[in-house]
Design a protein around this ligand. Sequence first.
Ligand SMILES: C[S@@+](CC[C@H](N)C(=O)[O-])C[C@H]1O[C@@H](n2cnc3c(N)ncnc32)[C@H](O)[C@@H]1O
Length: 521
Amino acid sequence: MKYWLQYHHPLGSVVRIFQASHSRVSLFNMSFQDIIEPEKVEEVLLSHLKENKILLKGPKPWTIRSSLLGGRGVFATRDIKQNELIFIDSPLLVGPKYTGKYFEMCVSCYKNECALFPCDRGCGLPVCSTQCENSPKHVNYECEYLKSLVPTCGTDWSPNLLLAVILIRALFLTEQQRKCLATLQSDKNLTCYPEIEQLKKNVINSPSEEDMELMEHVCRILNTNSFETIMVHDKEHSVSLRGLYSIASFQNHCCVPNTRHHFDGEFRMYVSAALPIATGEEITSTYTSLFWDTTLRRKFLSITKHFSCTCKRCSDPTEFKSRLGALLCASDKCSGELLPLDPLNMTTPWICDKCAITLNHRQICSIRSGIAGIIKEVLCKTPREIYKFLQKELSLLTPWSNYCIVDMKFRIVSYYGRSDGAKWEDLSDTELNLKAKFCNDLLSVLDDLNCGDCRKRGLILYELYCTNLEKIKRFKQQPNIEEVDENQRILKKAITILQNDIISTVTFEYDKNYFKQPIAV
Ligand SMILES: C[S@@+](CC[C@H](N)C(=O)[O-])C[C@H]1O[C@@H](n2cnc3c(N)ncnc32)[C@H](O)[C@@H]1O
């Protein structure tokens, strides 16, 4: 697993979906009637959990209610302890993700590191083995459907058809799953459907009007609710996918969310409390990165989810003293930093906290886009080159607290010890110390933001633990008992956060062999 820290949200099981479905239900029987009322929604969600046998024992700690944030939300019905499991969710849909460029993977098992060949039945999709080619979940659904449309790629396969697979799978959802779909909010602003356009261009018979209507509706639902998911094949190979989860879709966004989530090897989503949650409090998640600054988060939410976040973090110019958005003062002679006067106003002027010089919105945009342009070029470089850039150039362009620097630190923490040419044994002692320092810096940012036991904390703590192990291995013939104990405490905390997480489990196994240490606590 090269850069395991950078992965976001793993996936859901198509096996489950297709096992439950026997034949395609005609769209004439299909109800598009939205289910809006929180009580009705909760009923549907509970049936989904029972059907998938993932309803947790005991009184459930959540309910669906109207939210002041927007629409419906998930709320705590009792006090929930930090790290307590709140619910397990199972996916309605999973499939290849539209990334705007061509990509390759087996349509059945999602492997992409092996040779792929076109399915012999002529559906125009790639498979990696005869087992995948003959798998009922492929044969009886997207394969059969695409064959009926007659793909134009003949005996070859087409990445354009792969993009539409998740939408074709939606045509085969069971009645219960369609009810879940009917509860979900959809993106009314979406007018362009590239996956459907590509499907139409690559088949002779166009899908029926009814099928088109459903696929467009699913595109709108996916736009509002889908998760980035991942399928892990082994420590070197994983693939990013798109998954639709029903209960998790009702979690509204907060820039300091009170939950985290991970996925197991069966593709189920586990949502746990990152912070203690009081009775009646809304149970939130984040749709952005915790390390992004307010301008970037709000812009992203506005463009992709069409709302303006007004949470406490967004309202505070310093973002709880983390100063993730701070820029260097425009005056050469001043050592102060620029911060937004009114962070909830996207066109606010920024003011220096020392000399009170102000810059208007356009000037700030120009500084930010200049920095972003420089960084974009650096990101494709090696970890060591990234560090050189961070140390020599980026720190001259922005304050050390700025999110661009924090992001680079996170990348360096992810790469050092893990990427080719910078494995544990390749790192110099200085690089090892630097990795430990950056881990501690990042943990301090999470402390400032009051993010609790978020997944990023688990990932960084685990990297810190491994870095300390390597240091002990190199420098200490007789390791100091207190240091060893402290490192065990770090591991214990990391495992509390990351347990059952499929990608972490694979990494733990790899590290257990390298460090010759039992990782599970
Ligand atoms: C995944 S859905 C969350 C559930 C949704 N509220 C519902 O009723 O189905 C995402 C949508 O909820 C709304 N939303 C989520 N978080 C929000 C927030 N912090 N402020 C305003 N609207 C929010 C936005 O309309 C967003 O596109």
